[in-house]
Write a protein that binds this ligand. Structure first.
Ligand code: HAM
Length: 419
């Protein structure tokens, strides 16, 4: 039979990978809890309409990257490509506007995008992110940027660059968009074909192009940052002032574009050269119109998400030490009536007493069971030969003594108190 493999762009999290991911969960929990953010989990699939309206019909994500399917009853569902629209949906659906504002939430979950897989880019990937919904104050923007910077630092992601911009309001943006569209049309012959084809659909993406001709045109293109309304310019200045106080270095990048349409005002992204082509390690921004767009009352919000795989690829955080094995229970004679049940119960009782205890499950010979205990790093081995008979061997000293099975756990507990 041909081997069935995991789908392209997916990967298995093997037991040896779990420790580093666990370290990320632990750090994220510490950092977000300390700042008063609470964890939220939303469904893996949502109504397709949520992303079409929330993320934007013209985005690459909605146009080409969503895994959408019919639920069998004529409704279109989509495996979530991102977390902000679902969290805003949950905010509205659960009447979270009645809670003290802003509502501060964080998440660590899998997301799905049908992208061309490569290092750091997967079709199922994980994001760790945070959203603060209900505050329009610039200190909220700065707080989220600081939290992401702290998380990246805690995970040992070095050599990051923070780029910052402001998109102003959708009104400023649509005036600017007309101006940019006209500019792009005037320079059509110098643009890459794929940029030319998308002038009307998404002119901002021209800033993102790697094509040298397009880059020359865009270097002197009109910039949105120069056309912000006074209150948006003030908001942006206030965010930058707070960041200046923290000492976190950043560059204002008027050409910063992100692939989601819900952004207003502040926009930011951390990149890391160690990641190569897929250098975006995490980013986010303000989305003051999103909640209205999905049917709620006008409510400001801001957040970010970072790619878990990219953090782990670029980071150097050490895994949390694997817990040691206090006891390996080896049944030496499985034919002896009652021996197996006695050993089985001993392992279970030891775990209930708070020890880490394993039963030897391969029915190894005594000699190879000892080798296995060594490999596991077990402190003690209990060799159960009958109902009440046990020998307890210390793997550190090699000392072995006979004792009644009921005394094994108290002996180990005493020993663990002494060390
Ligand atoms: P995003 O920039 O699309 O933003 O994704 C955030 C991060 O997820 C990226 O910086 C990257 O590290 C990771 N990522 C994205 N796509 C992939 C992929 N195919 N494979 C591996 N990693 C990937 C958002 O999703 C917004 N919801 C962020 C946000 C939150 N904005 C406001 N609040």
């Amino acid at each position: 039979m041909p081997l069935i493999q995991a789908p392209r762009g997916t990967y298995d999290v093997l037991p040896e990978d779990v420790a580093r991911r666990g370290a990320l969960t632990a750090r994220a929990t510490e950092i977000f809890s300390a700042a008063g953010y609470h964890r939220i989990e939303t469904p893996v699939f949502e109504a397709t309409e949520l992303f079409a309206r929330g993320v934007g019909a013209a985005t690459d994500i909605v146009q080409k990257e969503m895994y959408s399917f019919d639920d069998g009853g004529g409704r279109s569902l989509t495996l979530r490509p991102e977390g902000t629209a679902p969290i805003c949906r949950a905010y509205v659906e659960h009447g979270m506007h009645k809670l003290p504002q802003p509502v501060k939430l964080w998440y660590l979950a899998p997301f799905f995008r049908a992208e061309a897989p490569q290092r750091g880019r997967y079709r199922q990937f994980w994001q760790v992110g945070a959203e603060a919904i209900g505050s329009a104050a610039p200190e909220t923007d700065a707080e989220l940027i600081v939290l992401l910077a702290e998380l990246l630092a805690a995970m040992g992601v070095a050599g990051t660059r923070l780029r910052l911009a402001s998109l102003g309001t959708p009104e400023t943006r649509s005036e600017y968009r007309e101006q940019l569209t006209a500019y792009l049309h005037a320079h059509e012959s110098e643009l890459a074909p794929e940029v030319r084809a998308r002038i009307e659909l998404n002119p901002m993406r021209a800033f993102d192009s790697g094509d040298p001709g397009t880059q020359r045109v865009m270097a002197v293109a009109p910039k949105l940052l120069d056309q912000l309304a006074p209150e948006d310019a003030e908001h942006f200045a206030a965010v930058r002032k707070l960041l200046d106080v923290t000492g976190i270095p950043y560059e204002v990048d008027p050409a910063l574009v992100r692939g989601l349409d819900y952004y207003t005002r502040t926009l930011f992204e951390f990149t890391c050269d160690a990641l190569g082509g897929q250098s975006g390690v995490g980013g986010g921004g303000r989305y003051d119109r999103l909640i209205e767009q999905i049917g709620g009352h006008p409510t400001p919000g801001i957040g970010f998400a970072a790619g878990v795989e990219r953090i782990l690829l670029a980071g150097s955080a050490q895994p949390i030490a694997t817990p040691n094995v206090d006891l390996l229970v080896v049944v030496s004679d499985h034919e002896r009536p009652g021996a197996l049940s006695a050993g089985f119960e001993l392992a279970r009782e030891a775990r209930r007493a708070g020890l880490s205890a394993q039963l030897e499950l391969m029915r190894r010979s005594l000699k190879s069971a000892m080798k296995h205990a060594d490999r596991l790093g077990a402190d003690y081995v209990a060799i159960v030969s009958g109902v009440g008979e046990t020998s307890l061997r210390s793997m550190a000293t090699g000392e072995q003594r006979e004792l009644a099975i009921v005394n094994v756990i108290p002996t180990l507990l005493r020993a663990s108190r002494l060390t």
